[in-house]
Ligand binder design. Structure first.
Ligand code: B12
Ligand code: SF4
Length: 505
């Protein structure tokens, strides 16, 4: 069968536009389907060729994958896909529709896959090939939402599968995609349940890890098909969740000669274990993406960081000392935040010499505890019970246009300041302020000098990777500045569109 998958493009301009990589959902499912003998073609609108409508017409099954900010584009595509091909069932999945399955069914999807679909998708494929006339049989597939006898039905949440059962995602399925960075994920689940994140409800509260053997095999696979200078982003939500496992992975990378530029998503407190950072540096980790969230103690306590700003500064230095550049992720809009928080964030980014950063507004994405708390009266889907229930929150969300849920727009009333001032100060002052060319030049100079010093004391294991990383940072910072300035037009229009909101607002 011909399976066509589509990952819709992100709405508008955002700071991720220059680092486009496909999410791995469709690629992983497509690889599994391909192993079963099906032909799979994936179109990632932001990272590859445009959709080939000739292929869409011939497709037997159409897959769509979306996050909250891309879901409206997915719903629009459903209408166009139907017109082009009204025989093929349209399946949709991802972290948004998992928590709003009926919204996707109303938008025209035939089947919604909730949570991880590695098992349910293959079971569905089997159903489709063998007994598609018996829709009642679908009730036996977990994690599925669909219509039966004129009613929406939601089967119970899927069982958690071992990450070792995942195939190595074959990015070559993404038509026209020439990776500038290869994403690879090796774990699922998270015990922290942060207020603004949906990971725990999506994948459960316990960490499940892919074995080191499998990860090494994944890395070897990419080493064989892609240029070894292309970075691999180990995008686990917390790559350092098990520090011993991470050390073992790095040691195996070194032993197998698989050093190359790696990026990893870790928590800042991983630096309390300098031995882990040392091994990361030896394996080639040039960049760590770290959720800093806030430079203010009250907000750090509120989001469960268990670190104070002074400790954060010191831990930042440990990454730098090992030649690892930091991409810091900050969130603004905690109930404890005041306007001064924005200036404190600018100060921290500059004063702690952080390579790159993103400052996003805390956005109440469906599935996150924050969404339930901030929404008004309405129905919410309980993923554990697999049913909708009535709910009434604080009523602070004023905009449910999902295309504005990419972290660049304020969509709910903050507690400690006016939403407009928050929006204006972050986009018009903080972003261009921190990416100012003088700071960019300083960071470039300081990090190169740091690497030279590391060479002199025999601590720079992969100096070429380090020097290249400083150039990448320079490029990203300049691109960040340009994007921040270009994004201002959209934000200005947004402020005008919502000018009717009451004053506090
Ligand atoms: C890599 C990554 C990125 C990369 C690339 C992302 C991209 N191309 O969009 C970068 C760094 C650029 C990025 C940016 C952002 N990201 Co991001 N990112 C991720 C991360 C860490 C991994 C994505 C991934 O590949 N996962 C692994 C795959 C296998 O999982 P999956 O896609 O969910 O697929 C499974 C199921 O959902 C399901 N499924 C999915 N699609 C489909 C389709 C069908 C038909 C079927 C049957 C099943 C199915 O089956 C799959 C296999 O089990 C996730 C967190 C996570 N653990 O997933 C966050 C995540 C996707 N990002 C998120 C967000 C919010 C963002 C940003 C808005 C800002 C931010 N917070 O950084 C931006 C927006 C980018 C944009 N395009 O507009 C949220 C999305 C939440 C939501 N409801 O929208 C996530 C879930 C993090 C979180 N827990 O909050 N991100
Ligand atoms: S933000 Fe990170 S640590 Fe917090 S729940 Fe999400 S994945 Fe876990």
């Amino acid at each position: 069968m011909l399976i066509v998958g589509i990952e819709p493009k992100a709405p508008g301009l955002n700071i991720f536009k220059s680092a486009t990589t496909p999410r791995l959902g469709l690629v992983r499912l497509g690889t599994s389907a391909q192993e079963l003998g099906h032909k799979c073609r994936i179109y990632c609108e932001d990272a590859g060729d445009p959709i080939n409508w000739g292929e869409v017409i011939l497709a037997d099954i159409i897959l769509l994958s979306a996050t909250t900010s891309t879901v409206l584009r997915a719903y629009k595509l459903i209408q166009e896909l139907r017109k082009a091909n009204n025989k093929a069932p349209i399946l949709i999945g991802g972290p948004h529709v998992t928590f709003l399955p009926e919204e996707a069914l109303e938008a025209g999807a035939d089947f919604v896959f909730r949570h991880a679909a590695d098992q349910s998708f293959l079971q569905w494929l089997n159903w489709f090939q063998t007994c598609s006339s018996d829709r009642h049989a679908l009730l036996g597939i977990r994690g599925l939402s669909f219509q039966l006898d004129g009613e929406y039905r939601h089967t119970q949440r899927p069982e958690e599968v071992s990450p070792d059962s995942w195939p190595t995602p074959d990015l070559r399925l993404v038509v026209g995609h020439k990776p500038k960075c290869i994403n690879l994920i090796g774990s699922e689940g998270c015990p922290y349940d942060c207020d603004f994140c949906s990971e725990c409800r999506m994948h459960g509260h316990s960490y499940r890890f892919r074995s080191t053997d499998k990860l090494i095999a994944d890395l070897e696979f990419y080493n064989n098909i892609y240029d070894p200078t292309i970075p691999i982003f180990l995008c686990d939500d917390n790559l350092g969740a098990n520090p011993t496992r991470l050390i073992k992975l790095c040691q195996r990378i070194v032993a197998r000669g698989l050093q190359r530029p790696y990026y990893g998503q870790v928590r800042l407190d991983l630096a309390k274990r300098p031995d882990v950072i040392y091994w990361m540096s030896r394996a080639g980790f040039e960049r760590a993406s770290i959720g800093y969230e806030s430079p203010e103690l009250a907000s750090l306590v509120a989001c469960g960081k268990r670190l104070n700003p002074a400790q954060m500064k010191d831990l930042t230095k440990i990454f730098h000392k090992h030649g690892i550049t930091i991409h810091s992720m900050w969130a603004i809009g905690f109930d404890q935040d005041r306007l001064s928080t924005i200036f404190a964030t600018i100060w921290a980014c500059c004063n702690w010499w952080i390579g790159t950063y993103q400052i996003l507004f805390l956005t109440p994405i469906p599935g996150a505890p924050r969404y339930e708390r901030l929404m008004g009266k309405g129905r919410i889907f309980d993923p554990d019970l697999a049913q909708y229930k009535e709910h009434e929150g604080e009523g602070r969300i004023f905009n449910y246009d999902w295309s504005k849920y990419d972290g660049h727009y304020v969509v709910s009333y903050p507690k400690g300041m006016s939403w407009r001032l928050l929006q204006i100060l972050v986009i018009f002052v903080a972003l261009p302020g921190i990416y100012n060319p003088i700071q960019t030049l300083w960071i470039f100079l300081v990090s190169n000098i740091r690497t030279l010093k590391r060479i002199l004391i025999g601590q720079a294991f992969l100096p070429k990777i380090e020097f290249k990383s400083h150039l990448t940072t320079l490029g990203w910072r300049l691109a960040g500045l340009i994007t921040a300035l270009r994004a201002q037009g959209g934000v200005y229009r947004y402020l005008k569109d919502w000018s009717h909101l009451p004053k506090q607002g």
